[in-house]
Design a protein around this ligand. Structure first.
Ligand code: PLP
Length: 375
C-alpha cells in the first residue's frame, strides 16, 4: 500500500486545476506582453486570476502579484522593506520557515544596522503577544514577520491579535500564510497586513508559482529587473499556466474549505484515537486543543534503535511522512522548530500531514506499521 501523508510538503494537483492548466498549455500559449490576440487572451487570463485571488483575500487587485514561489515572496517582503521602506528593526520568531530565517540572517550581514529580534515561543510554538506589544513600544520603524500556521507542528498564530498590536504601534506586518491560505479565513479588509505570501503547490495547485500581497500603503520595489512585468514588481515573462492553476486551486479550496478542514480534522482525530489504542507511548508536538492546523499532526516516539530508523522503515512500507529533523554533516539533529520549542531530545519527531483525499484505511495501515516498528 502506498500512503501519502506529507501534504504539508506538497499536495497532489486537483484534477480541475490540471484541466485549466492543460487548456492554457495547449491553446492559450500567448505571451501576455504581446499586443496581438494571443497575447491579449493571455493577459486576460492573468488579470482574471489576479481578480479571483484578490476577491478571496478581500484585497484590491493592484495589491496581488504573482511570483515563482512563497520563498521568493518572503525574500522580497523582508529585503525590500529594509531597502525601500527604511525598516530599522525586524521582529520575528525562531519557528519561521527557513526562507524567512535565512533571509533574516542575510539581512543581518548585509545591513548590520538593522536590528533583528526573535520573540520567545512556548513549548507549543505560540508567541508571547505581550512581548510583541512591549517590544513595539520603542519607536523604531519595525517590520514584524510571523507565519500564520507552522508547517512542522501546525501551531496557528492569532493573526488578528498580531495585526491589532502592529497597528497600535504603526509597525508593518508580514505573514507567511503558505499553510493556511485557502484553508483558514483570511480577510484582509478586516485583518490589516502589510505583506502576505502564498504558494500554489500547498493548495492542490502547481509548483513554481506563488503570490505576494503588498498593501498599497507600503508598496516596495522589484528584486528582479527586466521587462517590467507584474507592474514592474516582478519582471520576467509570466508563468501563465502556473498563474491560472494557482487561482483555480485557491478558488476550489477556498469554496470547499469547511468540508476540507472537517475531513482533515476527522483524519487527525482518528489517527490520535487509534494511536492512543495501539501506541500508548505516542506524544504530540504543537497545540492540540485550539489554534492548530487540522491537516498537520506532529507526533513523537521514544528514541530507540528501532525508532531511529523509523523514517526509512516507513518509506520501505510505502508511507510518505516527514521527519522533524534535518541532516547536517551526517549527524541527525532536531529541526530548528523542535529546537525552538525545546522538544525532548530523547524523542523522535515525525510529521504526518493530511489531504482531503486520505482515508481512515490508510491511517489504519500507518498505525499498524508504526506499531510493528516500535514493538
Ligand atoms: N513557508 C512555509 C510555511 C512553507 O511550508 C513553505 C514550503 O515548504 C514555504 C514557505 C516555501 O514555499 P515555496 O515552496 O513556494 O517556496
Amino acid at each position: 500500500m502506498q500512503v501519502y501523508l506529507d501534504n504539508a510538503a506538497t499536495t497532489p494537483l486537483h484534477p480541475a486545476v490540471i484541466e485549466v492548466m492543460h487548456q492554457v498549455m495547449t491553446k492559450d500559449y500567448g505571451n501576455p506582453s504581446s499586443i496581438h490576440a494571443h497575447g491579449r487572451k493571455a493577459r486576460t487570463l492573468i488579470e482574471d486570476a489576479r481578480k479571483s485571488v484578490a476577491e478571496i483575500l478581500k484585497a484590491s487587485t493592484g495589491e496581488i502579484f504573482f511570483t515563482s514561489c512563497a520563498t521568493e515572496s518572503n525574500n522580497m517582503a523582508l529585503k525590500r522593506s529594509v531597502i525601500d521602506l527604511g525598516v530599522q528593526r525586524i521582529i520575528s520568531s525562531k519557528t519561521e520557515h527557513p526562507c524567512v530565517l535565512n533571509t533574516l540572517a542575510e539581512i543581518k550581514e548585509e545591513y548590520p544596522a538593522v536590528e533583528i529580534t526573535y520573540l520567545d515561543v512556548d513549548g507549543y510554538g505560540n508567541i508571547d503577544y505581550s512581548q510583541l506589544d512591549s517590544l513595539l513600544s520603542s519607536g523604531q520603524k519595525t517590520l514584524v514577520s510571523l507565519m500564520h500556521g507552522n508547517n512542522e507542528i501546525g501551531t496557528v498564530l492569532d493573526l488578528q491579535q498580531a495585526s491589532d498590536i502592529c497597528a497600535t504601534h504603526d509597525a508593518l506586518l508580514h505573514s507567511d500564510t503558505v499553510q493556511t491560505i485557502g484553508k483558514l479565513d483570511i480577510d484582509l479588509s478586516q485583518t490589516k497586513l502589510s505583506f502576505l505570501s502564498g504558494s500554489g503547490h500547498k493548495i492542490y495547485g502547481p509548483k513554481g508559482i506563488g503570490i505576494i500581497y503588498i498593501n498599497n500603503d507600503n508598496m516596495i520595489k522589484s528584486m528582479i529587473r527586466g521587462g517590467g512585468q507584474e507592474r514592474d514588481l516582478r519582471s520576467g515573462t509570466e508563468n501563465l499556466y502556473g498563474i491560472v492553476g494557482f487561482a483555480k486551486a485557491l478558488e476550489l479550496l477556498y469554496h470547499e474549505r469547511e468540508v476540507h478542514n472537517q475531513k482533515t480534522e476527522a483524519l487527525r482525530q482518528y489517527f490520535k484515537t487509534e494511536a492512543a489504542k495501539h501506541i500508548p507511548v505516542v506524544q504530540y508536538n504543537g497545540n492540540q486543543d485550539e489554534r492548530y492546523l487540522p491537516h498537520i499532526l506532529n507526533i513523537s516516539l521514544p528514541k530507540t534503535i528501532k525508532t531511529d530508523l523509523i523514517m526509512f522503515n516507513l518509506d520501505i512500507s510505502g508511507i510518505c511522512a516527514s521527519a522533524g529533523s534535518a541532516c547536517s554533516s551526517g549527524a541527525e539533529r532536531d529541526s530548528h522548530v523542535h529546537e525552538a520549542i525545546q522538544s525532548d531530545p530523547d524523542r523522535k519527531n515525525i510529521r504526518f500531514s493530511f489531504s482531503s483525499q486520505n482515508t481512515t484505511d490508510e491511517i489504519d495501515y500507518v498505525i499498524s506499521k508504526l506499531k510493528d516498528l516500535i514493538d
